[in-house]
Design a protein around this ligand. Structure first.
Ligand SMILES: [Zn+2]
Length: 170
């Protein structure tokens, strides 16, 4: 079983927004949930600070950051048009677009916001685990949507679902 350490971070410019307070809790709950990647051969240990991170090999750490789009697309201008979150796989870093996270921008996942946030964590962490996008051509209402589909853009005829499926494990 591969063990990953993760550090949830909220950009300083968001700290006066009460909606950001639950970001770390949400990330923690999704990563420890038995319906998540922990059911697919991974384990996750939370780091509490950047000081903690110094004690662990950088190869085993992922940084999960909530960032306002006005700042994150300075670093990733190629993603600005679609306003998606960005997983920098080489750097083991995810920037979550805070407007998406808060539901200020709509999405086509078919999920209520609480579950859409679950999907966002599972999808972006999936990239850091080395998983790419899935584009299955035949979607069925009886089959839960894989999380490695870009659900923000739509889920075809799949059943709305925020948790990794057998299709995501491959
Ligand atoms: Zn993606």
């Amino acid at each position: 079983m591969k063990v990953w350490f993760y550090l949830p971070l909220v950009h300083s410019s968001l700290l006066d927004n009460p909606r950001c307070y639950e970001f770390a809790t949400k990330v923690r709950n999704v990563l420890k949930d038995k319906r998540g990647w922990s059911n697919h051969g991974y384990a996750f240990v939370e780091l509490r600070s950047k000081d903690d991170a110094r004690l662990v090999s950088n190869n085993d750490i992922m940084l999960l950051k909530l960032v306002p789009p006005s700042i994150m697309y300075d670093a990733y201008p190629q993603f600005k048009d679609e306003q998606l979150s960005v997983a920098n796989v080489a750097a083991h870093t995810v920037d979550f677009n805070s407007d998406r996270w808060f539901g200020d921008i709509g999405n086509k996942s078919g999920l209520p916001l609480f579950d859409y946030q679950t999907y966002l964590v599972n999808h972006e962490v999936g990239h850091i685990l080395g998983k790419g996008h899935l584009n299955p051509s035949n979607s069925l209402p009886s089959v839960p949507t894989p999380v490695m589909i870009q659900q923000t853009k739509g889920i075809g005829d799949f059943m709305p679902n925020p948790w990794p499926t057998d299709l995501d494990s491959k």
